[in-house]
Design a protein around this ligand. Structure first.
Ligand SMILES: [Fe+2]
Ligand SMILES: [Fe+2]
Length: 213
């Protein structure tokens, strides 16, 4: 009976996370928005649209992160690292909420493609989880490495006047580097270059489509 109940609880919790991830403005951060106290300099309309395109990509990246963690959580054993993985997933919720808040400030919206990317990422996370903890943690590390490079690129591409987006991305960058270190220290396998190349190609599909859509 209690096993039945906990499964139901689990399903409800999963469904709640899916809703909080995919419904705009439904996620709330547990930490203060890093942009608090930072003022933007002047931006043209075109610069604001460009900033919104970049922040939409970052928001979708966080949707994918939630889905990866959820997918892994559903299949991985993760006896010793489940708690840390849940902590990392909670930080990704902060990132998701901050990017969403920034898109609102820029009078823009999250991506229409988020449900599709959520589903694809959940599947990849679940597969990695099935393949074992080392693969699962290695997947987190490889993903975070890629996200870190991509955030560095975005911090260069953001309009100079967009100080609030930059403040958010700096904190996100710090958190992602921490997730990568943790995953490797916890025993994550280092993925071979061709696999990382494949992951980079997939993320390019995401960034190109989500910038506009
Ligand atoms: Fe994140
Ligand atoms: Fe992360």
């Amino acid at each position: 009976m209690s096993r039945q109940l906990s499964r139901t609880d689990n399903l409800i919790q999963q469904f709640d996370t899916i809703l909080r991830t995919l419904v705009p403005h439904a996620a709330s951060a547990s930490r203060a928005n890093p942009a608090v106290g930072t003022q933007d300099a002047e931006m043209t309309d075109a610069e604001r649209r460009h900033a919104a395109g970049l922040m939409r990509i970052n928001h979708t990246g966080e949707v994918c992160a939630q889905a990866l963690y959820q997918g892994q959580g559903a299949t991985a054993k993760l006896h010793e690292t489940r708690e840390q993985m849940e902590q990392a997933a909670a930080e990704e919720i902060d990132h998701l909420a901050w990017c969403d808040e920034r898109l609102c400030e820029l009078n823009d919206r999250t991506s229409y493609l988020n449900p599709a990317f959520y589903a694809a990422s959940f599947g990849m996370g679940a597969l990695a989880g099935k393949l074992g903890d080392n693969i699962s943690l290695g997947f987190v590390a490889a993903t975070e490495e890629q996200v870190g490079r991509h955030l560095d690129d975005h911090m260069h591409k953001l309009p100079v006047g967009d100080r609030r987006s930059r403040a958010i991305l700096e904190q996100v960058r710090t958190d992602e580097a921490h997730h990568e270190r943790w995953a490797l220290e916890a025993g994550g396998s280092r993925f071979p270059a061709p696999l990382k190349f494949g992951m980079r190609m997939m993320s390019q599909v995401m960034t190109r489509s989500v910038y506009k859509l």
